[in-house]
Design a binder for this molecule. Structure first.
Ligand code: GLA
Length: 394
């Protein structure tokens, strides 16, 4: 798929590439995402419902014949330079964000045997830094560029898996597959219903007249995200192990039912019981949300989001005072169907589903309450669904 550039950032990346690397690049795009519902289910094998955005990451890219990899971004002056042959199995933390493209290269080389060097210049137009999966978009943009430059014709889910492996094995965040699949498989006007255990998916149509997705940025940095995130992944594995030890054997945690948890009795207790209860009830909510979306019932969809937020806050404990406040005050506004945290939680962004045209009034009202309590102005943006990765032609 290809298209015309929709943002000046694409042309800027191309011009800066030519200036810094003295060569003519090709230019690619991969979208960021928001997750409508299905919080922290992907690494437990559950169903999630993200949508790709019409904003994301642009990369100007060309192969090199000298075996070097050069990675740069419009937002900083430095260029990360490494020999392609020196890219190993784990990231060097000194490389910062460049670890994402390096990790993708590492797995692309493994899959295709193509090991030549390359240069890339990145630029983004995601309005908000945390919570919209800019790292997955960097990974999918890199995979899309390498695939096109080498003519390897990989399928979209293979591109997503290169990103997933870069993130989990090279960078070391034990995330699930949602963000990379949402970026790689995005389709304009649709959400993606992704069954994470089987890695199969359906595109669910969105009615643009039904609601707007308003992103609520708490501006609380997610410094604890990595620690808290990997801890949740471990807790879910432990809850699954406890259920199996109790003689209730299912292939992944999201496959369990409320009756299973009841049967386990006190063999599943405390924190692990609450984590499992979130997973099991969130699976039901995703099913209900998809049914509501297909029936055009936005009120019911909104209620699913509200209940999802409560469960992530109380049972899963990945919310925080800022996310609770910003979603609660959005919920209290006229024209809001529902609100929840999106992404990993611990800070970052929430989303609210709002009547088209109501976003500005909601933002004003939420901002006043939030600023009075936390002394910092939150940010808001209505974001639109977009399509998946593609080459841009000028
Ligand atoms: C982050 C991870 C995803 C997913 C979400 C929570 O975005 O990268 O894999 O687990 O958190 O739903």
């Amino acid at each position: 798929m290809s298209g015309a550039p929709s943002s000046p950032r694409a042309g800027q990346a191309r011009a800066e590439f030519a200036r810094r690397f003295s060569a003519e690049p090709r230019v690619f795009f991969a979208p960021g995402r928001v997750n409508l519902i299905g919080a922290h289910l992907d690494y437990s094998g559950g169903d999630v419902l993200p949508l790709a955005l019409d904003r994301g990451i642009y990369v100007a890219a060309a192969l090199r014949t000298d075996g070097r990899i050069l990675l740069a971004s419009l937002d900083e002056d430095r260029t990360v330079e490494v020999a392609a042959s020196a890219v190993g199995t784990r990231q060097d933390p000194a490389h910062g964000w460049a670890s994402y493209p390096l990790g993708v290269f590492r797995w692309f080389r493994e899959l295709t045997g193509r090991d030549s060097g390359f240069a890339m210049m990145f630029a983004g137009d995601l309005p908000i830094a945390s919570g919209l999966s800019s790292s997955a978009a960097i990974e999918v943009a890199t995979a899309t560029a390498l695939d096109a430059l080498h003519g390897t014709a990989l399928a979209k889910d293979e591109l997503a898996l290169l990103g997933y492996r870069a993130e989990t094995e090279y960078v070391g965040l034990k995330c699930g597959i949602m963000d990379q699949f949402a970026s790689a498989l995005g389709r304009a006007g649709h959400a993606l219903l992704l069954h994470c255990h089987s890695r199969t998916w359906e595109h669910v149509p969105l009615d643009p007249a039904a609601f707007d997705v308003l992103v609520l940025d708490t501006r609380k940095p997610r410094t604890l995200a990595t620690t808290g995130f990997n801890e949740r992944v471990r807790e879910c594995a432990a809850a699954h192990a406890a259920l199996r030890a109790a003689g209730i054997d299912r292939p992944y945690l999201a496959a369990y039912t409320a009756e299973d948890l009841q049967r386990a009795g006190d063999r599943l207790q405390g924190v692990l019981r609450r984590r499992a209860r979130h997973v099991v009830t969130e699976m039901q909510r995703v099913g209900e949300a998809v049914a509501a979306l297909r029936a055009g019932d936005v009120v019911r969809l909104g209620r699913c989001l509200d209940a999802s937020h409560r469960s992530t806050a109380e049972d899963y404990e990945v919310s925080c005072a800022e996310l609770d406040e910003i979603t609660a005050s959005a919920r209290a506004c006229p024209g809001v169907f529902g609100a929840r945290l999106t992404g990993a939680g611990f800070g970052g962004c929430g989303i609210a589903l709002v009547t088209p045209g109501a976003a500005d009034a909601v933002a004003d009202s939420v901002a006043a309450r939030y600023e009075a309590r936390f002394g910092i102005a939150p940010r808001f943006e209505v974001l639109h669904p977009g399509s998946g990765p593609r080459e841009l032609h000028f």
